[in-house]
Design a protein around this ligand. Sequence first.
Ligand code: DAH
Length: 342
Amino acid sequence: MSNIDLNQVKLAANTEIDNTSSLKELGDLRIKYLARKGIIAGLFDNINKVEATSRPECGKQLNALKQEVTEKINQKALQLETTQTQDAGAIDITADGILPILGKEHVLHRLIEDACEIFTNLGFEIVTGPEVETEFNNFTGLNIPLEHPSRDTFDTFYIEASKSNQKLLLRSHTSPVQIRVMKTRKPPLAVVVPGRVYRPDAVDASHSFMFHQIEGFCVDKNIRFSDLKGVLNLFLKNLFGEDIKMRFRPHFFPFTEPSAEVDISCIICKGRGCSVCGRKGWLEILGAGMIHPNVFKNVGYEARRYTGFAFGMGVERIAMLKYGIDDIRLFFENDLRFLKQF
Ligand code: DAH
């Protein structure tokens, strides 16, 4: 066996491998050259006919040849497999892409963001608070004393067996964040608080045990009721449109004095009277008032030095009025047919 024999085998193998066009033919070539009774194995068998001194060198060259042919066949196999799958149409690189389904912001989230943006443009900052609150922040600090019947208005989920001496609960409104902020900071303050609140109401078309509120308050020297009116007027016109009218009705909240409920002219009938506004032409939209001096005392403010206004509104109620939705449960059922409309 000479170098010439080896070179001839190498040349023949290379040409044959290059010329194959199917995996089947390539398989045959693998057997022809590399099998136990194949050409290269035959050359190994003849190695004892080579002169003893050149045997090691000869063996080395044979091993190199075997490796080269093996690699060449493997490479060709890979190449043929790729072209074959492409030919079979498994990957059609010219096909149109499939548009992924895009998620959408929830209508309540959108509304909260829009409302917060209107207030930040007016100079308010956005603050959030925890949904698990102390009884003090949710009630006592807000001038809603224990056993006072007004506590019934804010029916509450209490949390059992708190280890601290403070009773814990799921906040029934966002107003406790007023207490949190005022306890830790000094005026001037202009704050808006969006968030979830909880009340143990039986679920129906207009009640849910969880809903959202947006709270706002402003404290400084010389804050007046007219400031409250100005801010709410701007807010409501921004949210519902320039033509909307606003009116204040006297009301009672323990944490504000005087207190008011604020109505807007009915957005469905424009004030003429329809079934949504109960023929009144007005829709109740939020509660508001001037912060009660007792609230200032409870957070350690000098009640004589500061005045402030506060307001609170239900986000679901506003969304229902704005979009003509008649069932609050729709917001939470996550039916895509409903959610996609906004
Ligand atoms: N916390 C009241 C509620 O849940 C809403 C409210 C009314 C908030 C008047 C206020 C306010 O800040 O001044 O019904």
